[in-house]
Design a protein around this ligand. Structure first.
Ligand SMILES: [Zn+2]
Length: 177
């Protein structure tokens, strides 16, 4: 992550937390830093990864504190929690906007959505035409990244026509071994 942008994002989050009446503790500071850093990874982090990251610096921070902070950040629209189909929530940055989160169902990697803003505008306009205003949220699109699509691991996934389609995913991440 670009350093300046990273600092700005963190300042915005810390300011919003303060304005919402949350005490600015050293622990919360570490958690927000860890979230911003880990959310830059190709595969969005889960709570456990944030916990490991903050415990590198402060072992007294527990899972409950992370959950509470993430829940508050989600309520304030700074992060979205997305279940990528592996049964637990991953944290993605939302920054109070509508976003589209596309990810590979096999390896979990986030994939850039071309012309994301145009898509969001189109969805917002359609909603608006029904007198419905969208609130900040992350739309979830799952698929296969180019690496997985061409690998043996994904050969049985739907979308890989022929070659045994429909037998379900056998990659490790889906835990069906
Ligand atoms: Zn993949």
């Amino acid at each position: 992550m670009d350093k300046t942008t990273g600092h700005e994002k963190k300042d915005n989050i810390m300011r919003a937390l303060k304005e919402s009446g949350f005490r600015m503790t050293k622990q919360r500071d570490l958690i927000v830093s860890a979230i911003l850093e880990k959310c830059d990874d190709p595969v969005p982090p889960g709570i456990q990864e944030i916990l490991s990251k903050v415990q590198e610096q402060d072992f007294s921070i527990g899972m409950a504190t992370i959950y509470r902070t993430v829940e508050v950040l989600s309520r304030l629209g700074f992060v979205s929690l997305i279940d990528q189909g592996d049964g637990f929530n991953r944290i993605t940055l939302a920054e109070g906007k509508i976003t589209i989160h596309a990810f590979c169902r096999c390896c979990g990697k986030s994939v850039a959505v071309p012309e994301e803003n145009k898509l969001i505008d189109a969805i917002s306009e359609l909603a608006h035409s029904e007198d419905f205003t969208l609130i900040p949220q992350a739309f979830r699109i799952c698929g296969l990244c180019s690496d997985c699509r061409d690998s043996d691991v994904a050969r049985d996934l739907p979308g890989k026509r022929g070659r045994g389609a429909g037998r379900g995913c056998h990659c490790k991440r889906r835990g069906q071994d």
